[in-house]
Design a protein around this ligand. Structure first.
Ligand SMILES: [Zn+2]
Length: 308
């Protein structure tokens, strides 16, 4: 008897145990629905009203942005909401060379000082700029979408020791990306930016693209020489960094139709010049313009030149 009773009690208890989670789930559902409805009513309503007044397109944009902001921070760059634009997107591609004080002593203006660079990076960060890499710049140009309201592409030509010593720590401090267009001559690389430094920077989010092998005026070369300069530098970068190198930077900005055609044939998806202006698809994917960075420009002056 007592044995049966015990079994009965056990059964009753286990029934209670089985019922309890259902009750809890039900409560949670009821509460959840209430909270959700409350949120819809109290918080979403004014926003919906605001959105209804403006273009319907912005509804999608703000929804996308909200969705992205709830995701973990580590996924933020990959999951960033890309906003489609109704008008062709134009964005500044900054062209830097040396980050040092007149390093050649030749009096040319292909440098900005460490202090100016730091001030400019700080200003871009504080103004809310999103720094593109090559893949992202390509996507902006081909899809006419952007990952943030303010975008900028920081490019640094040639590959100098000061790109590692001076620019890299500043970029890291502000969490900004940049693209270094590297001259692939092995001797030059070992003197300026040894491979282990290139790999270290690449692992930290710095992008490396081609500035040919010997930095020659491509428009003055034979078709065969053009092919060698473009193909060999791409292959070397593809191998070194295990990537598909997509960008070509013309040495001294010199190029012609033969160079553009060869760039496409070799597998580059876009090319930058030294011609001035914001970058846009209308210039042509193989003749993109850039903003030349001269010495003596403060962060504030840079921002205002970019339309802030
Ligand atoms: Zn160059």
């Amino acid at each position: 008897m007592s044995g049966r009773k015990t079994r009965g009690e056990i059964r009753k208890r286990s029934k209670k145990k089985k019922v309890l989670p259902f009750v809890l789930i039900l409560c949670a559902l009821v509460l959840g629905t209430g909270v959700y409805a409350g949120q819809m009513f109290f918080f979403d309503k004014p926003e919906t009203k605001k959105v209804t007044k403006s273009e319907p397109k912005q509804t999608t944009e703000s929804t996308k942005k909200e969705a992205a902001s709830t995701k973990p921070k580590t996924e933020e760059s990959e999951q960033a909401a890309w906003i489609e634009s109704e008008t062709p997107i134009l964005f500044p591609t900054l062209m830097y060379h040396h980050i040092a004080t007149d390093p050649t002593g030749s009096g040319n203006t292909l440098f900005v000082t460490k202090e100016e660079f730091a001030d400019q990076m700080k200003a871009l960060k504080e103004a809310g700029y999103y720094t593109l890499n090559t893949d992202e710049a390509l996507r902006v140009l081909t899809e006419n979408k952007k990952p943030a309201e303010k975008i900028v592409w920081i490019t640094m030509d040639d590959g100098y020791a000061n790109h590692y010593d001076t620019a890299f720590p500043i970029l890291q401090e502000y969490g900004l990306k940049a693209t270094i267009n590297l001259i692939m001559d092995p001797e030059r690389i070992s003197q300026n930016l040894p491979e282990e430094r290139v790999l270290e920077m690449k692992n930290a989010g710095i992008d490396f693209q081609s500035h040919t092998v010997n930095h020659l005026d491509l428009s003055s070369l034979s078709d065969e020489q053009i092919h060698e300069e473009l193909a060999q530098s791409k292959e070397a970068l593809d191998t070194l960094l295990n990537q598909d190198t997509k960008l070509l930077c013309y040495p001294a900005g010199r190029f012609d139709e033969r160079v553009e055609a060869e760039a496409e044939k070799v597998g580059y998806k876009l090319a930058v010049t030294t011609n001035p202006g914001f970058s846009g698809k209308e210039d042509g994917m193989y003749s993109l313009t850039r903003v030349r960075m001269l010495p003596g420009v403060s962060g504030e002056q840079l921002l205002s030149s970019l339309g802030n």
